[in-house]
Design a protein around this ligand. Structure first.
Ligand SMILES: Cc1cc2nc3c(=O)[nH]c(=O)nc-3n(C[C@H](O)[C@H](O)[C@H](O)COP(=O)(O)OP(=O)(O)OC[C@H]3O[C@@H](n4cnc5c(N)ncnc54)[C@H](O)[C@@H]3O)c2cc1C
Length: 327
């Protein structure tokens, strides 16, 4: 069996790919190999050049009209022959919904191992990759090593730093033209946009969190007002989204991971699964009427009281101090 060499990085999300390139470079240097970014799509050469600026030694591009829109079967039909031919030792894939689907199918089709949602990746003294992820509903961190190569891991957004862009960086862009892209077995007949916040919650500098302390969906208005004053966004705990069906997304272990400069947790108990998604926030303010609430253990500032009194009072005070609403 010929030796596997090189670290690969792929994500359809540019920002996540930049982060993977940053981490991939670090791992590649420890493994004494090179970092290659993979770009699949149509008319994507400019994007490929940009990746060299972010630190990729090499970029492999498969540019094909059939790859213009993401379809897991077409993308797989490019990745499978690429992986077989070039034999990377490690393949970092962005943990988006699409990335996870792709990684799992790639691993299954090539009979490989796959570790999803890695929060830490390091190379030990024996040169083994140690992949860490949260298991048992957030109650334990497991460390896994691979028995197969390429080692496939998926990495969520915001876990690793985006590297600086350097115009002078040198690297090679390789266009692969001899891959037969499969026609997918299903066809997309319609795509309807869903209403989305202007900024992704992962990018917000201020997030106001709402939990089961909210009695009615309409009460989220008071959190929205506070978030608007601070130029931030509102995020919720899973019970409000999944159980009460008030919202479609949530923050935490099974939802978004955020690291804003300021997180204001309102009526949130601070259970481990929620904390897993906010623990990298710079400053945490917690408002809770229960003095024993676990969220207070990790908060930088605690406010014991009723969110229905405190949040509007905070908004009013901030409006005054920041001059919001004045001409
Ligand atoms: C596998 C798994 C994955 C999960 N993933 C996630 C996840 O990604 N994200 C997530 O959030 N949860 C997740 N959960 C659920 C998680 O375990 C908790 O149930 C959830 O985080 C609790 O949400 P909460 O804080 O809103 O509610 P509660 O735990 O019920 O807390 C409500 C808090 O509000 C306070 N309160 C009540 N009224 C007021 C008031 N008027 N003013 C001030 N404070 C008030 C209470 O004192 C209490 O502390 C997951 C669970 C499992 C099993």
């Amino acid at each position: 069996m010929s030796k596997h060499l090189g670290v690969w990085a792929y994500s359809e999300s540019s920002e996540l790919l930049f982060e993977l390139i940053g981490k991939g470079r670090e791992l590649a240097s420890k493994l004494q190999t090179q970092l290659t970014a993979i770009v699949l799509g149509h008319n994507v050469t400019e994007h490929a050049k940009e990746l060299i600026g972010y630190g990729a030694h090499k970029v492999i591009v498969v540019d094909d009209p059939q790859l213009k829109e993401f379809h897991v079967e077409t993308y797989l039909s490019a990745l499978i022959p690429l992986s077989k031919q070039h034999k990377p030792e490690l393949f970092l894939i962005g943990s988006t919904k699409r990335g996870k689907e792709l990684a799992a199918r790639l691993a299954a089709r090539l009979s490989l191992g796959c570790v999803p949602d890695c929060l830490e990746l390091e190379v030990d003294e024996q040169g083994r990759l140690l992949a860490r992820r949260i298991v048992y509903g957030g109650n334990a961190i497991v460390t896994q090593v691979f028995r197969t190569e390429p080692q496939i891991v998926t990495v969520p957004r915001g876990k690793f730093e985006k590297p600086n862009y350097t115009e002078e960086s040198k690297g090679e862009v390789v266009n692969i033209t001899d891959i037969q892209i499969e026609t997918p077995k299903t066809e997309v007949v319609e795509v309807k946009p869903v209403s989305m916040a202007e900024t992704r919650i992962e990018e917000a500098e201020v997030v106001v969190g709402g939990g089961r302390g909210l009695e009615k969906k309409e009460d989220s208005k008071i959190l929205e007002e506070l978030a608007a004053i601070l130029g931030g966004q509102v995020g919720y705990t899973r019970p409000l989204a999944e159980d009460r069906k008030w919202f479609t997304e949530w923050v935490g272990l099974s939802g978004h991971t955020i690291k804003p400069k300021l997180y204001i947790a309102c009526g949130i108990s601070g259970v481990i699964q929620h904390v897993a998604g906010i623990r990298d926030s710079n400053t945490i303010v917690a408002i809770n009427k229960d003095p024993e609430a676990p969220i207070f253990e990790m908060a930088d500032y605690i406010v014991i009281g009723d969110l229905y009194e405190i949040v509007p009072a905070l908004s009013a005070a901030l409006k005054k101090v920041l001059g919001v609403g004045k001409d």
